[in-house]
Design a protein around this ligand. Structure first.
Ligand SMILES: CCCCCC/C=C\CCCCCCCC(=O)NCCO
Length: 485
């Protein structure tokens, strides 16, 4: 080998060694940041513990069980008529939230400002709908002075400059947002773990996931540590954890509740719409929360939200309704308990005088893959991959990341190869490829015109007043695949 060639190979080896060293240093730095975030969280939980202990010491007669067993409607009535003190409720839920998080690892941050807000609320003459109600919020919902991490180290130490509109409205209605809850790394996952806060497990069975991405909310509410929570959903993030944890939720129509200050995974993506919604133990709680949120404050603070208040007339009408139902979408087969739940609900509605008509959901496979997956990843997964630049990857997201990193031509080839054996994987792969602007506009047209205007709107106008949906999945809880730090 000549001197020139050995110089080149020495330079190449040196460059490779330098790159490896830089990568190793970067990862070591990240691990330190994650460890520091973990310690910060423990300190926050410690402050919460101290506050709850102080209250117990000063109020030894407060009995937690009667408070925790009240429904949200009962609790809010007692708070408003003065038969229950906001202090009692606040610290009782704080204590319970700590107990639940020790079991299932669901609380990620203590919103300590809620303690001074409690003092303000107590001085208030006006008692609004959620007066004194402690509320938990998903990690991605901005609360001034606290991180919205999405489970990503790069988002640590970037506290929100202000409360999102949703939090502002909750506060104006007298609610006390007091904790933030766990999510999967990036939010695009039906499990609930990340390298900052670890794995959240299901309070009904610790070997199972609570679902995701609003999994911390699902686990906390199901365990009894919060009476009302707020989450978000693109492709099941409210519905999956609610089903897995045995609680209720409502994915409000996109745009019905303000998204200002709620951090999305893929900003700018318009095909699969983000919906915000309450999570709680029963349906009446969801109603109360929607009634409180759909107010002038919301419409004023975010003028993009249509100013349509909660329609009391429709809600309390005893008019007989025509309601569609289905117990399978022929894509995800329901387990026996899911089918039973749908049929029991159908029977109850019929007993109440409504007419139930069988409904056949159309083209779920097409909607799932050629619309949702294609829309989410229309940039060839670039925005999704950006989230993970310089990031350590949570084992639960590795499969999706692997598919996202494959070059487009190879994805097409793999899709063609696996199609006869795993057709759904082939469909995912095919739809993760980059689209031209023209193709994306065509997709938007298909969603707005073909799907919404031509298929969905005629269903509800006028023949159907509602639809009982079977969950996206069979709602059988999935095993936890990995338990993090
Ligand atoms: C949109 C559903 C498609 C399911 C097919 C699986 C293929 C790709 C994985 C995408 C993961 C989507 C998770 C959605 C969870 C969610 O709603 N996250 C957003 C929370 O605001």
């Amino acid at each position: 080998m000549g001197a020139g060639a050995s110089t080149i190979s020495a330079l190449l080896c040196g460059a490779a060694a330098a790159a490896l060293l830089l990568r190793w240093r970067g990862r070591r730095g990240l691990r330190r940041e994650l460890a520091e975030a973990g310690r910060r969280r423990q300190r926050a939980l410690g402050r919460m513990e101290k506050a709850a202990a102080r209250f117990r010491e000063q109020n030894p007669d407060v009995d937690a069980d009667p408070i925790l067993s009240l429904s949200l409607v009962e609790l809010s009535e007692k708070l408003r008529d003065g038969s229950l003190s906001p202090d009692w409720v606040f610290y009782t839920y704080m204590d319970k939230a700590l107990q639940v998080t020790k079991e299932v690892n669901c609380v990620t941050d203590y919103l300590q400002e809620s303690e001074s807000q409690l003092q303000q609320v107590k001085r208030q003459e006006k008692k609004d709908l959620l007066y004194g109600v402690p509320v938990s919020i998903k990690d991605s919902i901005n609360y001034k002075g606290h991180d919205s991490t999405l489970g990503l180290a790069k988002r640590l130490n970037q506290p929100a400059a202000e409360d999102c509109v949703l939090v502002q409205v909750l506060k104006r209605q007298g609610a006390l947002p007091f904790v933030k809850t766990n999510v999967p790394q990036s939010l695009l996952n039906y499990d609930c773990s990340n390298l900052i806060f670890g794995q959240t497990v299901n309070p009904l069975d610790h070997t199972k996931t609570p679902g995701g991405s609003s999994g911390g909310e699902g686990a906390l509410i199901s365990g009894g540590g919060s009476i009302l929570g707020i989450g978000t959903d693109v492709g099941g993030s409210l519905r999956v954890p609610a089903a897995f944890c045995g609680i209720c939720t409502l994915k409000a129509t996109g745009g019905r509740l303000s998204k200002k200050g709620v951090v999305p995974s893929i900003p700018g993506q318009k095909s699969a719409v983000v919906g915000i919604g309450p999570m709680a133990r029963d349906v009446d709680s969801l109603v109360l929360c929607m009634r409180a949120l759909l107010c002038d404050d919301m419409f004023r603070l975010d003028p993009t939200v249509p100013p349509l208040p909660f329609n009391e007339e429709v809600f309390s009408s005893s008019r007989s309704l025509r309601i569609g139902y289905y117990d399978t979408d022929s894509f995800t087969m329901p387990g026996p308990s899911m089918r039973r739940a749908v049929l029991e609900t159908k029977q109850l509605l019929e007993n109440a005088g409504h007419t139930l008509v069988p409904f056949k959901p159309c083209c779920i496979e097409h909607l799932m893959f050629d619309i949702s997956v294609r829309g989410l990843f229309a940039d060839g997964c670039a925005t999704f991959l950006d989230l993970f630049k310089g990031e350590l990857e949570d084992p639960n997201i590795k499969q999706l990341l692997l598919l996202s990193k494959v070059p487009g031509w190879l994805r097409s080839l793999l899709s063609w190869i696996v199609k006869p054996i795993v057709p759904r994987l082939a469909n995912v792969l095919r739809n993760m490829n980059e689209r031209s602007v023209k193709e994306l506009w065509k997709l938007h047209c298909e969603i707005e015109v073909k799907h919404h205007l031509e298929q969905l709107v005629p269903l509800f106008n006028p023949p159907l007043s509602g639809l009982i949906q079977c969950s996206l999945t069979s709602a059988e809880r999935l095993p936890v695949t990995w338990v993090g730090p």
